[in-house]
Structures are given as structure tokens and as C-alpha cells.
Ligand binder design. Structure first.
Ligand SMILES: [Zn+2]
Length: 424
């Protein structure tokens, strides 16, 4: 460690204590970061991986024949494609959301009872896709629960009012929800398909198919999709706001609260839906690393690991620095995102002030009270928390600076807190 900055810090700390003026070193670096004497602090934006259109066994784009687009990978999917998701999660210490389509998991052709859910309507026949691979994939999903979150996407992805599909399963092109009785029926059968394959109860999260979704109820309607989902225990929606009806009503920029359900802006994906084995380079635009299943896979499933490795390299870089971090799971992600948006951080002399005024309107079941704060310093620090609890403290060395990651817990009712800094 360089000795000079530490000495300088101690000297200044003494000056601050004596009420002397700050020597002009404070520089505001964006909304949530300030730098004083080489020390900076930030509530990092969490990043979560969301993978769409998992669950198809056929990889064929059938859109020209009024069948779903599926994944367009041009081969059948295999259990190794599920393993790729779990491996990504394991290697990064995260829990990717696999937004799943389940029609090709129907072992008894029960979807004949829901004609709007498939291209064959009353004549639905899925015998072709019933085989040992169902159990093999289910076993991968079940045994990797810490690194694989099954997320509701849909049954057949589109909506078949007759033999022609219309986009999409849960809402039409204007984002208006499908008839309520049909939405409820699709949810019932999604739950039955999960049960049939022993994949657990309805998930807690939802990605609307074709990103057709409305925030709040559509004009003339009383019920919103968020409300319908909430009644089923689903409390998290992820979709790009650029395609969402009534997106202007989302209250917090990166996310909104729709009838108590957090709705997160997915932003723009790094690749088109049908790019096989993407090698990511561009910087992500927001908190969601959104992709489609083929982006993570290889044409030859035996080589999936090569593609997964590329994503691991790309994503792990978001754990460095102060601005971002990979969220270990959805619950952490929501809490951290709420604190990222709703906590004002300022460095005043040898202390970090945290102001939680803006987080107050966010329901506690979303925001929680725990979050992470990152602090970088050219020398070792000791922390003296006031009106806040430090649950954990980890540090790492990056580019000659020490990056501290503090896990903090707000105290009930406190709108502000302070962390005193001392040179260690
Ligand atoms: Zn989709």
C-alpha cells in the first residue's frame, strides 16, 4: 500500500475533527458516488441473469407455419442445455432465471383442454416429446436449485384463438391482457405441468412472452396482470420497459411497483434471440443481463461449456469496481436494486452518510432492510457504524485500491445512518 495517502488521510481527519475546512478534494462522481481523498462509496447496481425460452425440446423456428418461434437453434434441445444454465449459475455464484415454456413437457396431452395454448388446439399431441430426457432435465433443475430459478414464461408462448397464432400468450400487441378466464386457465395448467414433472409449485417470478405486457390495468379494465400474478404468489416481473404499455407509470426508473409487484426494466439484450453461442463484449445497459437460450448454447451440445465459459468471463467483471455486482439470487437482487435507487450516499469528511428517505415508499417485502455498500480506498479502513448494522465485511485488492464490500442492515424506522471511517 502507498503510505502517503494514508498519512494524508490521518492528517485531514484531524483537521475535520478540529472543524477545519475540507481541502477541496471532494468530487461528486455521479448520483450515488462521491470521492474524498481517494475514498469512494457506492450502493452498487445488482445484475441478474434472465434466460428466455428455456423448455422447448424442438429448437425449430415454426413461425412460418403458425407454430411458435421456439429457440431457432435448429437442433433438438437436450438435458445438457439445462446443465449449461446450472453451470453458469454455479461458476458465478448466482441463480439465473430460466424463463420456461412448458407445452413440450406435457406427458398426457392435457393441453387439449386449453385450445388457446397450442398450435394444435383440441388435437394437441405431444407424444413425440415424451421420453427419458424429461426426467433427466427435471433432475438437473431440481438438484441445482441454488443455481437455477425456474421462472414462469408460458405454456405455448403465443395465443391461438383459432389456427393462427397471435402474439402473445398473456397480452396482445398493445399490451392488453388476454381475457381473464383464459389467463387464469393458462396459469392453472402451467401449475399442472410443473406438478406432472415434479418441478415444484408456481414460480415466484414472471417474464411475459414476446415482452407484451402492461403496467397496471389497461384502459377500461379493472384487473392488471400484476394483480392476477400476485394472487398466485408471483411477486416479480422482468420485461423491457421500451415495449411495456403504460411504462411511464413505473415510479423508480429502473423498476416500478405495480400493485405491490416489482416490475424491473430488462433494458436491451446483448444479442438477438436466435444468435447461437454469443460472445458478449458490449457493456450492459441496466440491471438485467437478458438473453435467449441459444445465446448460451453451442450448436453441438457437447461443447456448451465453451460458450458458458465466455459468459462467465464477461459477467464476473461486473463484480469488480464500485458500480455493479452480481446478485446471488432474486430476493437479493430486488433488495439491492431498491437500495441502489433509493439510497443517497455522501462522503463528508471521515464518514459516509446514508439517506434512506427515497426508499420509504417501497414496500418492505420488496426493499427489505439488507443491502451492500462498496467502498474503495487507497489504504486500509476501519468502520464505525451508527444507526446501522454491519453484518459482513469483505475486502479485495483491485488496481492498488482496497474494495470493501459491506453487508448492511438498516434499523427499523431509521431514515438515515452514518459509517465513520478510520485509517486502520
Ligand atoms: Zn420468449
Amino acid at each position: 500500500m502507498k503510505q502517503m495517502p494514508r498519512r494524508e488521510f490521518i492528517r485531514q481527519t484531524a483537521q475535520w475533527g478540529a472543524g477545519l475546512a475540507l481541502t477541496g478534494l471532494a468530487a461528486c462522481k455521479g448520483r450515488a458516488q462521491m470521492e474524498v481523498n481517494g475514498i469512494a462509496a457506492m450502493v452498487p447496481m445488482p445484475i441478474q441473469v434472465v434466460i428466455d425460452d428455456v423448455g422447448w425440446w424442438s429448437g425449430e423456428d415454426g413461425s412460418a407455419r403458425q407454430e411458435p418461434y421456439r429457440t431457432g437453434i435448429g437442433r433438438n434441445h437436450v438435458p445438457a442445455d439445462y446443465q449449461a444454465i446450472a453451470d453458469l449459475g454455479k461458476k458465478l455464484g448466482v441463480r439465473p432465471q430460466a424463463a420456461t415454456i412448458l407445452c413440450e413437457w406435457d406427458r398426457t396431452n392435457m393441453l387439449r383442454e386449453v385450445p388457446t395454448s397450442t398450435w394444435m388446439r383440441e388435437n394437441w399431441d405431444n407424444r413425440k416429446w415424451t421420453g427419458p430426457w424429461l426426467e433427466e432435465a427435471a433432475d438437473i433443475i431440481r438438484s441445482n436449485a441454488r443455481h437455477y430459478e425456474l421462472t414462469l414464461h408460458g405454456i405455448g408462448h403465443e395465443y391461438w384463438a383459432d389456427s393462427h397464432f397471435t402474439r402473445a400468450e398473456w397480452a396482445d400487441r398493445s399490451g392488453r391482457m388476454r381475457p381473464l378466464d383464459q389467463v387464469e386457465l393458462h396459469l392453472d395448467y402451467y401449475a399442472r405441468l410443473l406438478e406432472q414433472n415434479r418441478l415444484g409449485p408456481l414460480p415466484a417470478s414472471f417474464v411475459p412472452t414476446a415482452f407484451l405486457h402492461g403496467f397496471g390495468p389497461a384502459a377500461g379494465e379493472e384487473v392488471s396482470m400484476a394483480q392476477v400474478l400476485k394472487r398466485r404468489g408471483i411477486h416479480y416481473i422482468n420485461t423491457p420497459f421500451s415495449m411495456m404499455a403504460n411504462a411511464g407509470a413505473a415510479q423508480y426508473g429502473l423498476f416500478g411497483i405495480d400493485d405491490g409487484v416489482i416490475t424491473v426494466d430488462r433494458g436491451e439484450d446483448l444479442f438477438d434471440w436466435d444468435v447461437i453461442g454469443g460472445v458478449p463484449e458490449a457493456r450492459m445497459s441496466g440491471p438485467t443481463c437478458g438473453m435467449h437460450w441459444p445465446n448460451l448454447l453451442h450448436e453441438d451440445p457437447a461443447r456448451n461449456a465453451e460458450v458458458v465459459e465466455g459468459w462467465v468471463r464477461y459477467l464476473s467483471a461486473y463484480n469488480s469496481g464500485l458500480a455493479t455486482m452480481l446478485a446471488p439470487d432474486s430476493t437479493f437482487f430486488q433488495r439491492q436494486l431498491a437500495h441502489h435507487a433509493g439510497t443517497a450516499v455522501s462522503l463528508k469528511g471521515p464518514m459516509i452518510d446514508l439517506d434512506f428517505t427515497k426508499i420509504q415508499p417501497i414496500p418492505e417485502q420488496i426493499a427489505g432492510r439488507q443491502f451492500m455498500l462498496k467502498i474503495s480506498s487507497p489504504f486500509r479502513l476501519r468502520f464505525k457504524p451508527e444507526k446501522i448494522r454491519v453484518l459482513a465485511n469483505a475486502d479485495a485488492l483491485e488496481a492498488e485500491k482496497i474494495i470493501y464490500t459491506l453487508t448492511l442492515e438498516r434499523l427499523p424506522g431509521e431514515r438515515a445512518a452514518r459509517i465513520g471511517l478510520e485509517a486502520a
